[in-house]
Design a protein around this ligand. Structure first.
Ligand SMILES: Cc1cc2nc3c(=O)[nH]c(=O)nc-3n(C[C@H](O)[C@H](O)[C@H](O)COP(=O)(O)OP(=O)(O)OC[C@H]3O[C@@H](n4cnc5c(N)ncnc54)[C@H](O)[C@@H]3O)c2cc1C
Length: 459
């Protein structure tokens, strides 16, 4: 029997924090089950009103897909779950309240819960390295992919205009830090993109381009079998990507990046994929943590805090099979989410929750056009077959049939047409947005002044 069952005569409020894979799949399970029960209120809170399909983020950065192809709006999927687009500012586990802020003026609102599911994911960790947090691009959000594509095109445009050979070298060198899935897929996609794009820049030559992957380990893709990592490394090198193994980025300035082996690399572009950390709002929570992630028990509940649950990248979930926590991947997050929702329902109904059990099905990564590596159900494949598997599996996993169809058609047409090289946002556009935001922040909405007495015509 669950330790703290909310009173069944009172409406039960379930609040889910985070609209990523974990938050959404919990919400979808409630949507199909108890969300339409008038005695239950399910609320999903997230910063964005969409879910982002991160495995395809690098395809947007490389212009292989459109922004809208890999995001799905939450509201059409959630008819009975209430959605609030807001920032989680504070979680009070004693008072069972979550403080939210929303809008340009950071207005406040508090929501109270009986069950809380924390699914806030992770953020980039720059480890306080000088200049990295301030200047590096990241690969976590849709805005990041958009910015990277924009930056690559901006560098090509600027390089055609400068006569300074050193400056030009920095503009045409692109560095990616981190040899895990995100870094490898990003450098592979970016390499294809700039090498194809440069054909349309007659003042530049492909020989001037440098793409560099900086990785602290000896072999990239440490999550996979070493032979697959070596294959991926050789394949990237054959595509002219330089791999700097056994070293890491220590600083980023106007002159470029500094490396732990004492070297420097002149570049204007660093993409940082070399570390993540849970969101700051979880830092002060009085719960046990493991590398910043909330430690939960096998039923996904936070020990010492009945009816508080954590799933996805922000949770450290024990795996009895391996003795290590489950890895932070989308394939785990969405299954944890469904198990968590089932356990919340069990707790409400006073039945026994079940432990989360799941074995990784496989891992796949692309390393550029028509090449990939995969380990699926213990089977290791590389090259075109792995790339094809990657596309087929992730296409099938894209939420909603409409998105699947759009992406399938886009990929088919892409065989016949070159990539789109439009730079969607220029510096002029960015200045305008900053100007508008500053104006809105300085001018909070206030009620209009009371209407003046109408002036009498006879006066
Ligand atoms: C580039 C890249 C490629 C990847 N490729 C793969 C892959 O191929 N296969 C795979 O299995 N996994 C992959 N992953 C990992 C996968 O994306 C994560 O494991 C998964 O997204 C975790 O889901 P989550 O719901 O825990 O977190 P997230 O998906 O990060 O969702 C967290 C949500 O919480 C919201 N949020 C955070 N803080 C706040 C706040 N304070 N207030 C309000 N809302 C907030 C965020 O906006 C977000 O919507 C990849 C990740 C990246 C970055």
């Amino acid at each position: 029997m669950h330790s703290s069952i909310p009173n069944p005569a009172v409406r039960t409020r379930i609040v889910i924090l985070g609209g990523g894979f974990a938050g959404l799949y919990s919400a979808l399970h409630f949507e199909k089950t108890i969300a339409r029960d008038p005695m239950v209120e399910v609320t999903l809170v997230s910063r964005e009103n969409f879910v982002l399909f991160t495995p395809m983020l690098h395809e947007v950065a490389a212009g292989d897909m459109d922004l809208s192809d890999i995001v799905c709006p939450l509201r059409p999927m959630l008819k009975h779950v209430r959605f609030l687009q807001a920032d989680v500012e504070d979680i009070d586990l004693e008072a069972r309240q979550v403080s939210l802020t929303y809008g340009a003026h950071c207005e406040r609102r508090v929501v109270t819960y009986d069950h809380l599911i924390i699914a806030l994911g992770s953020e980039s960790n720059f480890f306080g390295l000088p200049g990295v947090g301030e200047r590096a691009l990241t690969m976590k959000s849709i805005g990041d992919a958009f910015m990277l594509r924009n930056q690559a095109l901006a560098m090509l445009e600027m390089a055609t205009l400068t006569d300074d050979a050193d400056a030009r070298r920095g503009m045409l060198t692109f560095a990616v830090a981190g040899g895990g899935f995100a870094g490898v897929e990003t450098v592979g996609a970016l390499n294809d993109f700039v090498r194809e794009a440069i054909e349309y820049y007659p003042a530049l030559s492909e020989a001037e381009l440098r793409l560099v992957l900086v990785h602290p380990g000896k072999v990239i893709l440490p999550e996979l079998n070493e032979n697959l990592g070596r294959y991926a490394q050789a394949e990237l090198e054959s595509r002219k990507v330089e791999i700097r193994g056994g070293t890491s980025v220590t600083a980023f300035s106007n002159h470029g990046i500094e490396l732990s082996n004492g070297g420097t690399l002149a570049t204007q572009t660093l993409v940082w994929t070399a570390g993540v950390t849970p969101p700051p709002v979880l830092q002060n929570l009085p719960v046990k943590k493991e590398r910043g992630r909330i430690v939960v028990n096998e039923t996904l509940e936070v020990p010492g805090f009945p009816c508080v649950w954590a799933v996805g990248d922000c949770a450290s979930i024990p795996n009895a099979g391996t003795g290590k926590p489950h890895p932070p991947t989308a394939q785990h997050a969405l299954r944890e989410a469904v198990r968590c929702a089932k356990n919340v329902i069990a707790a409400i109904r006073g039945t026994q929750p079940a432990p989360f059990r799941f074995t990784t099905l496989g891992q796949l990564a692309t390393i550029g056009h028509h090449a990939g590596v995969a380990e699926v159900f213990g089977l290791r494949v590389s090259g075109f077959v792995a790339w094809w598997l990657w596309r087929t599996i992730y296409l099938a996993k894209l939420p909603t049939f409409r998105k699947k169809l759009r992406v399938a058609l886009r990929w088919t047409f892409d065989f016949a047409f070159p990539r789109d090289l439009t730079q969607h946002v220029t510096l002029h556009g960015i200045d305008r947005v900053s100007q508008l935001l500053a104006y809105v922040r300085q001018h909070p909405v206030s009620p209009p002044p009371a209407a003046a007495e109408p002036v009498s015509a006879t006066r």
